[in-house]
Design a protein around this ligand. Sequence first.
Ligand code: IDC
Length: 306
Amino acid sequence: MTYVELHGGLSVKNGRLTGQNGEAVRLCGMSTHGIAWRGSYINEDTFLTLRDGWQTNCIRLALYTAEFRGYCTGGDKQKLMGLVKKGVDLAVKLGMYVIVDWHVLGEKSPLVYADEAERFFDELSRSYAGVPNLLYELCNEPNGPVDWTEIKGYADRIIPVIRKNSPGAVVIVGSPEWSQRVDMVLEAPLECENVLYSMHFYAATHKDSLRERVRRCLAAGLPILISECNITEASGDGEPDEVSGGLWFEMLEEYKVGFICWSLASNRESSGVIADGCTKLSDWEDSEIKHSGLWFRERFRSCTDK
Ligand code: IDC
C-alpha cells in the first residue's frame, strides 16, 4: 500500500496534519534545489529511491520565482510548469505526497509577483483538482520589511483561487523573516481551514531561541510544517551541527511535525545532500551522499506517523 493509499486526502485538525482516518500524518522527505537548474532529479528512479530506499513519503518541488531566470524573471514558464507537472504526476504514480513550492526569496515580498502566483496556482489547481497528493506552498520565505499582515493578504487572495478548483486542498503559508515568525502567525492566524504554517531552520545557525519560539507555537496548537531545514548553517553551507539538529528533532517528534530537507542537489554546499560531482540520479551509495544527507536519511527512516 502506498502512502497516499494509506492516508488519502489530508486535512488539518486540532493543529495537526491528519489523514483520512483521523490519524496524525508526518510528511517527511527531500526538497529539490531550484528545478530550473536541477530538474533532472525529477524522474521516476530518483523518486523511487527516495520513497523506498530513504523511506520518505513526500517530495518538495522548489520553483524559484525571482533568482537566476526564475519563473517570474525571464525563466521559460512553459518548461518550468512542465517540470512541476512531471513531478506531481510522478508523485501521483508512486503514491507520494508532493509540495509545490512557490519559492519567494530574492523579491522579499510575495506581493511582488502576486499576479503571476495567482495565474500559476489557478492553472495548477485546475489541472489537479481533487488530487490528494498535492499540497500548495504559497511563499517560501518572505523577508526584508514585509510583515505578516501583507503575507496574510496575499494568502487570502491566493487560497480562494486554489480552493475554487480544489476545495479541500491543504495550503502551506510562510511568515516574515524567512518563515521563522510563526509567533506573529499565532497572534493572528488565517481564518480558513486546512492551512499549515511553514517554519524553516538550519540547525548550525538556529538554536535555542528559535526552538523555544516554535515550541511555544506548537504547544498553543499552531499547525506547523518544517518545509525546509538542514543541520548546516543558514547559508546552506558550513559544518553540520548534529547536536542542535538532534534537539530540533526531539521537539518535532514530540509534536508530530513533518520535515523536509534542503536540498536534493550535487553541489559544493554542505546542504546539497549528494556528493559534489556525483552525477547519479538514484541508488546512491553511502559514499555518494554527504554527511547531512546520511543524517537526514536516518531521520526519514526512523520517522513515525508517515
Ligand atoms: C540557496 C541555495 C544556493 C542558492 C541560493 C540562491 O542552497 O545554492 O545559490 O539559495 O539564493 C533558504 C532558502 C533557499 C536557500 C537556503 C540555503 O529557502 O533558497 O538555498 N536557505 O541558503 N532559506 C534559508 C536557507
